[in-house]
Design a protein around this ligand. Structure first.
Ligand code: FNR
Length: 391
């Protein structure tokens, strides 16, 4: 058991795990469970970390390493690091205006930021606050063709270059903590209301002065009396299109002129279909272990998917990335970049923009160090020969 430092100063956190420790202390229990929890027994959640742990490294020695190269060209843009902030909904429950803080932290470091359909800040608010953001938008397929078209048109109007369609959450995973903590959608149980009172710093940072945030992107579609968090949660629950299939994705391919990625792929046969449809990329993801418990770790699925897809579309990976060496392993197995979910959420929860930036800097520092220790200072030269793995 590690002993982390006991203060509140997040800049002294040496790792993502230490940021998580601080976030857990800062947040009321219901918000912490929302951030950290997985589905059912959390087997997949645990497997995501174990998958990375099971991959060993094969270092070489006597290699000069005073300079490391971590750059990547992704979708025609040079990125200083092979990472982007992935989509997570309802971020302002962790820290007021968290989407904007995350977007600023990513933009300061030349990295893309992905806004969720169910974000708290809207597309327009993010772009107004961070005009230079490299903004990606995550779409949940909705039953109402008008609402979906309106979201796509808004994403285009604010200059989103890249659209991620999330396919693994058309029905919500079995998250018992969610049902336990809320007596009705977004209505806290009494036990949790008392716990909130025991976290005055969080109340000041997240709730004050407007109360529970609502979902910014959905406001135009909600009746006036339902523009609350509960109203938005009800709306999105009813709107999820459970008929989503490959034909719907083909129609979206025709409709969306920008880059289109499918998020939630774990099987090479699905990757083959995505290639045939002319998609630009995949996100190999199990939604951070929040959907199907028992699904494999994303990193375990990467080699087989890379074998069918590499060179034909870009490969991103998420779920369980907590160390620079995880990013190194994903890139060695064929990923172009990783998406960050909880890693940057821990940061934003403890320190807004600076906290999210600290999380990104920790990962960047660890990645450079791991490359130097491996004896391969250039990320672009990595392949599976640098790994000790049966994958
Ligand atoms: C998510 N994720 C997610 N994905 C998505 O496509 N739309 C969304 O709105 C959300 N919301 C969301 C909220 C929270 C609190 C979490 C933790 C995750 C999934 C996310 O994009 C990503 O796949 C996972 O977070 C990756 O796993 P790790 O790195 O967080 O373990």
């Amino acid at each position: 058991m590690r002993r982390y430092h006991s203060g509140r100063d997040f800049t002294r956190a040496h790792s993502i795990a230490e940021l998580a420790h601080l976030a857990r202390r800062r947040l009321p229990h219901f918000a912490w469970e929302y951030l950290e929890g997985g589905a059912e027994e959390e087997h997949t959640l645990a497997r995501n970390r174990q998958g990375f742990a099971d991959i060993g490294l094969a270092p070489r020695t006597l290699v000069p390493c005073s300079t490391t190269h971590t750059g990547r060209t992704l979708f025609g843009r040079d990125l200083p690091l092979p990472m982007a902030i992935g989509p997570t909904g309802y971020n302002a429950m962790l820290y007021r205006d968290a989407d904007i803080h995350l977007a600023r932290a990513a933009t300061e470091r030349g990295l893309p930021f992905t806004l969720s359909t169910v974000s708290t800040s809207s597309l327009e608010e993010v772009v107004q606050a961070v005009p230079e953001v490299n903004l990606w938008f995550q779409l949940y397929c909705l039953r109402s063709a008008q609402v979906q078209e309106s979201l796509l048109a808004r994403a285009e109007a604010v200059g989103c270059s890249t659209l991620l369609l999330t396919s693994d959450a058309v029905v919500l995973g079995n998250r018992e903590w969610d049902r336990r903590n809320f007596s009705q959608p977004r209505q806290l149980s009494w036990r949790n209301k008392f716990d909130v009172l025991a976290h005055p710093r969080w109340m000041l940072q997240a709730l004050w002065p407007k109360g529970m945030p609502s979902m910014g992107n959905l406001q135009p579609y909600l009746p006036a009396e339902q523009r609350t968090a509960a109203g938005a949660a009800h709306f999105i629950g009813a709107q999820m299109d459970t008929a989503l299939d490959w034909d719907a994705l083909a129609r979206l391919r025709d409709r969306w002129q920008g880059r289109l990625l499918l998020k939630g792929v774990l099987h090479p046969a699905d990757a083959e279909q995505a290639v045939a449809l002319g998609l630009d990329g995949l996100v190999i993801s199990n939604h951070g272990g929040r959907q199907l418990d028992g699904a494999p770790a994303s990193i375990d699925c990467l080699p087989a998917i890379a074998a069918v897809a590499q060179g034909k579309l870009s490969l991103l990976l998420d779920s369980g990335v907590r160390r620079g060496s995880d990013i190194l392993k994903a890139c060695a197995l064929g990923a172009d970049a990783v998406l960050l979910g909880r890693a940057t959420l821990y940061g934003v929860a403890v320190g807004g923009q600076a906290g999210a930036g600290h999380a990104l800097d920790v990962l960047a520092r660890e990645l450079r160090l791991a490359l130097a220790l491996l004896g391969q200072p250039n990320l672009a030269q990595l392949d599976r020969h640098w790994l000790n793995t049966r994958l």
